[in-house]
Design a protein around this ligand. Sequence first.
Ligand SMILES: C[S@@+](CC[C@H](N)C(=O)[O-])C[C@H]1O[C@@H](n2cnc3c(N)ncnc32)[C@H](O)[C@@H]1O
Length: 291
Amino acid sequence: MEALKGATRREVFARGVAALREAGIDTPALDAAVLLGYVTSQPPEAVLMDRGASVTASEAALYSALVRKRCERTAVSRLVGVREFYSRTFRVTDDVLDPRPETEVLVEHALRCLKGLRKPPAVLDVGTGSGAIAVTVAAEIPSARVTATDISMAALAVARNNAARQGVEERIRFVQADLLEPFRFGGRFDVILSNPPYVSWAQFENLPQEVRGGDPGTALVSGPEGLEFYAPLAAASRNLLVPGGSLMVEVGDGQDAAVAAILKGAGFRDVRVVKDLAGRGRVVAGSSEDA
Ligand SMILES: C[S@@+](CC[C@H](N)C(=O)[O-])C[C@H]1O[C@@H](n2cnc3c(N)ncnc32)[C@H](O)[C@@H]1O
């Protein structure tokens, strides 16, 4: 993009949209609004409200640089360092997966179940990443005591920061763990939640550059079929749930039947698939034995 100094926000926005469209970006107007909002410290929906407002030289330079990086397929969330999840803003870095809208289906299902419990619930989020699930549950259910694990210390630092930003860090215990290994000898949970890595090796090769080059591989990939986490998670979860407690996991497209079979094979009852708005099986849930 040519020099933009002194141009109005509207002109700057239009040039960004044109550059992004030419580069084949699917959502050029949305991305340009988010980037312009970021450099001018405005919400994206407000950037064009003041028709005559101009941009400063430093805003113009930063905006041009960000649009260029976006044209090269860096994800918008990586450029601005935040991502919305369940109407809250989460900090994201190269160490964590960008929380996805699909995961809101898992959170919705968990919240429905947790709100029906009579006592303050104990919840475990396995592979917390940015903390999107754990922080949202803690924020939505003020009585909940949440444990959040991840194999990555760097991810746990991001999650802890997000918990502090949402004022729920007192109610979340962060534990570095390889799946459920540290919990072999204790701890009982009403609900165990996880959005584990579930991308197969073949799928990983075909992911868009934004995802392949942005999200950490350890957050995405899970063996030849994308299913490697579910059996160990299900097996270990059974001993950690209170009687009648629930395991709920997010699954990738077309994995719901295979994961439901894994949960049944591990001894879970009432195994069910929760669909997203597009009708795809997105969450598989099962209950431990009756109270
Ligand atoms: C798909 S990401 C989910 C992140 C976050 N819960 C979300 O929904 O946005 C999976 C997470 O699992 C973590 N992970 C990968 N292998 C793990 C393991 N063996 N034990 C615990 N966590 C693991 C990754 O570091 C990553 O943060």
